[in-house]
Design a protein around this ligand. Sequence first.
Ligand SMILES: CC(C)(COP(=O)(O)OP(=O)(O)OC[C@H]1O[C@@H](n2cnc3c(N)ncnc32)[C@H](O)[C@@H]1OP(=O)(O)O)[C@@H](O)C(=O)NCCC(=O)NCCS
Length: 163
Amino acid sequence: MWVTERLSASHDLDKFSCGTPVFDEWLRHAALPLSDSDQARTFVWSDQNKVIAFYTLVPHEIRRDSRTGKRTSSGAVAAPALFLSAMALDQRFQGKGLGGRLLVDAVARCIVALEKADAGVIVADAIDHDARAFYQHFGFTPLANAPFRLAMRARDARTNLTL
Ligand SMILES: CC(C)(COP(=O)(O)OP(=O)(O)OC[C@H]1O[C@@H](n2cnc3c(N)ncnc32)[C@H](O)[C@@H]1OP(=O)(O)O)[C@@H](O)C(=O)NCCC(=O)NCCS
């Protein structure tokens, strides 16, 4: 079981390699400044301070009609959401069930943050078809108007995804 910590300057990011270079670069160069300015909080798992996994959460809102593809009688109503904008696991640890645990860790953090918002939604962007299939495997649904953006109601996540 890995301990989740907020990314800090003391973490060693040099060896992190998830197989998708854009995420490696994001972690090394963008994650900490954005996290420090509270625009996008990044959380990590580390082994002797060397980061082996991370995810980034951004405050967000979602229009209900874009999730269902239907018009709502009240028009475009915004629901509070958290956006899982990036998530990756070092290649050395992939394929052993840890990616699923990492997702559940991220979702659990979203559920706590959205606790008082019954209509809260967790949104994730998939970088490619594999990532989309991964999120769908855990019950996320592609949005009608953005097939590589997926969502799950916080209350459904609470029921369906457990550590
Ligand atoms: C996506 C990622 C975190 C998955 O980690 P992983 O360790 O390979 O996944 P796991 O071994 O934990 O798999 C967990 C479950 O998801 C399933 N799964 C894994 N990859 C999948 C895929 N591409 N499509 C469908 N299901 C998938 C596994 O079969 C497993 O199912 P099970 O619990 O029923 O046995 C990892 O591959 C990664 O970091 N990739 C690079 C970055 C990336 O694509 N991030 C995704 C956000 S865009």
